[in-house]
Design a protein around this ligand. Structure first.
Ligand code: DQA
Length: 144
């Protein structure tokens, strides 16, 4: 079975408790279950991880690049300023889709910039947890 990584950046472990008016009532465990369920339907083995640590996220991206493993990535706040993350994504050897639960373009000005978008295969934002499901479907089609 093909493996896909789903990597999540800072504060996403707090889903359900974190600004539910923006990010919804579902928890990180609900998100992980949704990703695994979608993966099963698509014949993908989905490995879901979360970290608040930029260097850990960079090393996971190196691991994906070395193994040619596709990635669904919610970089969270790193989206807006982490050139280290951008440089790690630029080394990718398989599709990588940037996802967001909310629509950053419709929020505060600082969220309008993504320093990673240009090195991702594409971006899906604003569909709640469904953004991840749509990204997994796109990866399944891209890697068929
Ligand atoms: C987010 C949007 C970011 O601006 C924010 O910093 C997050 C979550 C989203 O999924 O909507 O932490 O990536």
């Amino acid at each position: 079975m093909r493996t896909v990584y789903v990597f999540n950046g800072p504060n996403l472990s707090r889903l359900g408790r974190r600004e539910p008016d923006i990010y919804g009532a579902e928890t990180f465990d609900d998100l992980a279950a949704l990703c695994r369920r979608t993966g099963k339907e698509l014949g993908l083995e989905v490995d879901v991880r979360q970290t608040d640590d930029e260097s850990e996220l960079v090393s996971w991206l190196h691991e994906a690049a070395d193994g040619s493993i596709p990635v669904v990535l919610n970089p969270a706040a790193f989206t807006h300023y982490s050139y280290a993350l951008r440089d790690a994504i630029a080394q990718r050897t398989a599709p990588l889709i940037e996802v967001h639960i909310s629509n950053p373009a419709a929020r505060e000005e600082f969220r309008h910039t993504s320093v990673v978008a240009a090195v991702a295969s594409g971006t899906i934002a604003g569909f709640g947890l469904r953004s991840y499901e749509l990204a997994l479907r796109a990866i399944a089609e891209e890697t068929r």
